[in-house]
Design a protein around this ligand. Structure first.
Ligand code: GLN
Length: 532
């Protein structure tokens, strides 16, 4: 039978529950266990796809086209296993299922309630993950004390009752703040948060206490006594310079030993050398490289989580010190401003995005990159921008635009395909998930990937308008990647430029610290080589 680990958060949000869960996942995987992970999000949206990145951060896309919470990105990057739509469920999704059942008459005669109908549905989602896996890690979004997460917590409480202590383990992530004025670490928030959790019937088995400074034995004893958790299972997750070091911190604190002991599993040895190398490369880099990421969500860097991660992986691969420069495309429009802002930049990346705000700034930035031979990497919207820019400034199509920004523009070089034109609903209807692409042999794309047939994840509605293929190709932009049916342009590049590539897909979703994505790798390498 699969063993279930539940990760719950207390005290405050942003403690890194996703990273903690992923780190535990990595350690279990490294001991040879088959691990799967899932996240429960307590909000009522059916998925995060319709939420603004300003609110929710990045929407992570799986191969099967699910629009999911960004924590799934951490899971995939740490455990190195592609997840699917089963790995992220929201309250909205659960209620949707229950209400559809009610309308169908599945509960005829009964009053439909949170307990047991909603909680049963949640438990079903957990049981479903167990098939063919040794370890199921379930992270519960939100913080103990939130009204929204209560049905999930109640469901996992019941779940333990059903499968028993030997098959379920609760990890509670809390915070132990350092109070400067008092000069000490304070345990009260952890005590209170644990009390809150115990009030709803969950006694944590392991406490993971985040803190800025390491705590001593006295504090550990105090926390253990007040939370009713064995002292040896109170683990101090002290802040580290890079998230990729968290698994190591937990391993050194023997969390894997505690988990194996709890589940009566064999504690196999862990070879951590590959991750040690990555950590070492991140912490002790050599030459510098500066990459500008230009977008409109730059103040909310969570919106570019996977792009940032992929750049870090690529830099670590070459032991480079990565300076990420976040450039607000709404503010950077004039040539003078751009020249000033991008003067010491070695590479320019325009990531995905939606809506017209900041578009002119991005077009001007793409022009600057093209004209000055600065390595350019456009992702999804970043590809659209590159096409619009070339159409306007090289092809002479002054009013070239995307119909996303002006439905009736004169030259919609980026446009909707018919299947996207008359939609009844916006949720879950973009081109989503993995699609194949064929690369032309004599292209930068092919050189980068080293193979002709690739598959990458998508999340967009608008496409390169095929009516303009000839004109664009005649003016120096090569269409180097196309869908197998030749209908959808997937990759564009400018051969007469040191490194200029735009892709319709989101390669950032598939980059991993130990398996860096080839486009990010080559882009960062080229940028570093060309550094003045
Ligand atoms: N807004 C564009 C579209 O919908 C690009 C989307 C993206 O960058 N992910 O096609």
């Amino acid at each position: 039978m699969a063993k279930h680990i539940f990760v719950i958060g207390g005290v405050l949000s942003s403690l890194g529950k996703g990273i903690a869960s992923s780190s535990v996942g990595l350690l279990m995987k490294k001991m040879g266990y088959k691990v799967v992970m899932q996240k429960f999000d307590p909000y009522l949206n059916v998925d995060p796809g319709t939420m603004s990145p300003f609110q929710h951060g990045e929407v992570f896309v799986t191969d099967d086209g699910a629009e999911t919470d960004l924590d799934l990105g951490h899971y995939e990057r740490f455990i190195g296993i592609p997840l699917n739509k089963n790995s992220n469920s929201t309250s909205g999704q659960v209620y949707d299922t229950v209400l559809k059942r009610e309308r169908r008459g599945d509960y005829l005669g009964k009053t439909v309630k949170v307990i047991p109908h909603v909680t049963n549905e949640i438990k079903k989602l957990i049981y479903n993950m167990a098939k063919d896996n040794d370890i199921v890690i379930t992270e519960i979004g939100g913080t103990v004390g939130d009204i929204e997460s209560l049905p999930f917590l109640e469901a996992v409480r019941q779940f333990r009752l059903e499968v028993g202590i030997k098959n379920s383990l609760f990890i509670f992530l809390t915070y132990v703040p350092y109070l400067k004025a008092a000069g000490e670490l304070k345990t009260k928030p952890t005590q209170h948060a644990t009390t809150k959790l115990r009030e709803i019937g969950i006694q944590p088995d392991i406490l993971l206490c985040r803190s800025e400074k390491p705590f001593n034995d006295e504090i550990r004893s105090k926390i253990a006594m007040f939370t009713n958790v064995q002292k040896s299972r109170v683990i101090n997750a002290v802040d580290v310079p890079t998230i990729y070091e968290v698994p190591k911190v937990l391993m050194q604190a023997n969390i894997h030993e505690k988990i194996c002991e709890h589940f009566s599993l064999t504690q196999n040895s862990i070879d951590f050398s590959d991750w040690d190398n990555i950590i070492d490369n991140i912490k002790n880099p050599g030459k510098e490289v500066t990459i500008a990421v230009c977008g409109k969500y730059v103040k909310h860097q969570d919106a570019y989580k996977s792009v940032g991660a992929a750049l870090i992986h690529a830099a670590a691969h070459y032991r480079l010190k990565l300076n990420m420069k976040w450039v607000d495309s709404e503010k950077t429009i004039s040539t003078e401003n751009i020249t000033k802002k991008l003067a010491n930049v070695d590479g320019i990346l325009i990531p995905g995005g939606f809506g017209v705000r900041g578009i002119e700034g991005k077009i001007a930035i793409a022009k600057y990159a093209r004209e000055n031979g600065i390595p350019y990497f456009g992702i999804c919207l970043g590809m659209h921008i590159a096409v619009i820019e070339l159409a306007r400034n090289v092809c002479g199509l002054e009013n070239a635009y995307s119909s996303e920004f002006d439905e009736s523009c004169e030259h919609p070089v980026i446009d909707l395909m018919d299947d996207q034109r008359y939609l009844e609903k916006l949720g879950g209807t973009m081109r989503l998930g993995a699609y194949p692409c064929v690369l032309k042999e004599s292209s930068l794309g092919y050189k980068i990937y080293g193979e002709k047939k690739i598959s990458e994840r998508h999340r967009h509605r608008y496409e390169f308008n095929n009516k303009y293929r000839n004109k664009i190709e005649k003016n120096g932009m090569k269409i180097s990647g196309i869908s197998p049916d030749d209908l959808l342009v997937e990759v564009i590049e400018i051969p007469d430029h040191p490194f200029f590539i735009g892709v319709q897909f989101h390669p950032e979703f598939k980059s991993r610290p130990d398996e860096t994505h080839p486009i990010f790798r080559e882009f960062v390498k080229k940028a570093a080589e060309m550094r003045k």
